[in-house]
Ligand binder design. Structure first.
Ligand code: ADP
Ligand code: MG
Length: 311
């Protein structure tokens, strides 16, 4: 997944085998990569992407889950989330392998049109089967890390651990209690790598699923303008002036991850309306003309830690 993971947990009282847990976690991650990694030439997703339209493929349960959950967020976000952005991602130079030279000018409009996202052309004719009706490439990068967190949380739970936190590249699942005996406390940091660490909001989470999408970590610069690595599937262009970051709490981390990406595409009022409609706790950080501003949905309130000194 191109990043690192952390698991922190309270040792169960009964016997516990740390080596067995580590082995199980690594095996689960390996299975996910074998299915979903676009970095690998032999993964299921790469085989699907290289296949001809009309060729029905048998896929594993993780791949099926990714298609199903992506479909849910795709429809609920009005198409802002679309995992068939694979050709666009490559065209704009965000794909794998990384282009030898960074993009210096915009792709041709005809090329952008040809690479258009079209998730409605991905069908599941029967359980376990997937087929594309048009030439396209899937890219689950915006949801698979979150899904990985959900899957690792299941593994940790199955090893008798009740109080833990799992994190892959900033996507987080918490269960039970943190080291203080209360909920896990998580800060949403100022999205600015040079000003490390100022916490904008403090969350108290026990059984929660949190994901963050941020413009600041990965962007493209063409002729002095910055472009997000998140692409608007409707226009085919990287999102101009997206939020600095969006953090989302949802019923699982896969959905939170996908929604966080969708909110990078959606403008702020439409994003807020969809967050309310879908009962999502969302925290946005914007910056325009050097002025930083935040916005949150009403569902975030119960997760906010009381201000120090306030009761
Ligand atoms: P990150 O993985 O960097 O934390 P995201 O979860 O937002 O950030 O995923 C961004 C990645 O998802 C992009 O690099 C690209 O591969 C893919 N992507 C870009 N735009 C979209 C989109 N509108 N819908 C779905 N996936 C997208
Ligand atoms: Mg995402």
């Amino acid at each position: 997944m191109g990043t690192r993971y952390h698991i922190r947990f309270q040792l169960p009282v009964s016997s516990f085998d740390a080596v067995a847990l580590q082995t199980a976690v690594d095996a689960r991650l390996e299975a996910l990569n074998a299915s979903l990694s676009t970095y690998r030439s032999d993964s299921l997703i790469t085989v699907f992407n290289d296949a001809l339209p009309g060729q029905v493929m048998l896929v594993d349960i993780d791949f099926q889950n990714m298609v199903r959950m992506s479909r849910h967020v795709h429809l609920a976000s009005g198409g802002a989330f679309d995992p068939t952005v694979g050709d666009l991602v490559n065209l704009w130079g965000f794909g794998w392998p990384k282009p030898e030279q960074p993009l210096i000018r915009m792709p041709e409009p005809a090329a952008i049109k040809a690479a258009k996202a079209r998730f409605d052309a991905v069908e599941q004719p029967a359980p376990g089967q997937v087929v594309k009706r048009l030439p396209l490439r899937l890219d689950f990068s915006a949801i698979a890390k979150g899904y990985g967190v959900d899957m690792i949380a299941q593994v940790v739970r199955a090893h008798g651990v009740a109080n833990f936190i799992v994190e892959i590249g900033g996507e987080v699942a918490t269960r039970g209690r943190g080291p203080s005996g209360g909920p896990w406390r998580i800060g949403i940091e100022e999205p600015d790598p040079t000003r490390t660490g100022r916490v904008l909001a403090r969350l108290e989470l026990s059984d929660a699923s949190l994901a963050t999408s941020g413009h600041y970590r990965n962007f493209l610069e063409i002729e002095g303008r910055r472009y997000s690595h998140v692409i608007d599937p409707v226009s085919g262009y990287p999102v101009p002036d997206p939020p600095l970051s969006v953090s989302v709490l949802a019923s699982n981390v896969a959905l939170a991850d996908a929604w966080a990406t969708a909110f990078m595409v959606l403008d702020e009022s439409r994003g807020l309306a969809l967050a309310e409609e879908n009962q999502l706790a969302v925290y946005w950080v914007f910056e325009r003309d050097g002025v930083r501003r935040t916005q949150q949905s009403s569902y975030l309130q119960p997760y906010l830690a009381p201000e120090a000194g306030a009761h």
